[in-house]
Design a protein around this ligand. Sequence first.
Ligand code: NAG
Length: 168
Amino acid sequence: MMNSKLFLAVLAMVCAEEAFSFLLNQYPLHASCKTKWDWPSTACADVVSALEAQIAKWNNTECGSGEKCGYGLTSKTSTQLQAKHVTPVKHYVDDLTFTFKPEGGGSGCQVDGYSTSETWYAVLDYSTNYCNLHNLITGAGLDKVSGYSEQTSDSICTQFSSANCEKY
Ligand SMILES: *[C@@H]1O[C@H](CO)[C@@H](O)[C@H](O)[C@H]1NC(C)=O
């Protein structure tokens, strides 16, 4: 009896450790997402105003079935926008940062995007941090601009490859 309990306890520990190291290797330690976007023929001022307008448009609680709402601008400088996103049902708060860098003498723009969950213990997020960022880009139509590219991966963006941004 004693031995089988011990065996189960050890088994549970091994499983937990395996699962944990699997998560550690695959995704960032904390639920978050880093992306890089490039608009080789759009000035940063235009990218900034498109994102700002989209944040203002989704500064409401009318999400429909997804999470395209609950955004709010928190700060703005000449090179950076910061915003929050609150998820509609559970009211999780994520912090978003967009950093703008002109390229090609100002005719293009490179943007670093970062989204991170305020909930300190969050590891998995149903790719909410990715969708926080990506939905703003698609909502503003910036993904349709010629030359647009987006760069990220699972190791820097939680659950990126299984993202369903119509839902999260
Ligand atoms: C609108 O934006 C403001 C400023 O960031 C924020 O405090 C507020 O919660 C937002 N409202 C909604 C409904 O998202």
